[in-house]
Design a protein. Structure first.
Length: 115
């Protein structure tokens, strides 16, 4: 089992920045990759970014150049730095730990982009 706890969400104005954190505990050694997804009201959950143990990163096209995913392996924590935020980025952001062949989810953290 892997437990994930997200933090860092909140209300931010358009053009602003936020940094989300996700701390992992439990069977840390079984994690292959960690990533972020988001779910806006009335929409399906969608992929945002992932980072593997080997350092490979991948981003959804909609966030490339604005969002950055990093990992601190010593702290078992993954971060999502979000810059130039837009109202359409409003969503609940979820952390995911990929443990093949399955995965574990955090409880989510709300990000609201509004003036």
């Amino acid at each position: 089992q892997v437990q994930l706890v997200e933090s860092g969400g909140g209300l931010v104005q358009p053009g602003g920045s936020l940094r989300l954190s996700c701390a992992a505990s439990g069977r840390i050694g079984s994690i292959y990759a960690m990533g972020w997804y988001r779910q806006a009201p009335g929409k399906q959950r969608e992929y945002v970014a992932t980072k593997t143990n080997g350092g490979l990163t991948n981003y959804a096209d909609s966030v490339k150049g604005r969002f950055t995913i990093t990992r601190d392996n010593a702290k078992n924590t993954v971060y999502l730095q979000m810059n130039s935020l837009k109202p359409e980025n409003t969503a609940v952001y979820y952390c995911k730990a990929v443990v093949p062949p399955t995965g574990y989810w955090g409880q989510g953290t709300q990000v609201t982009v509004s003036s």
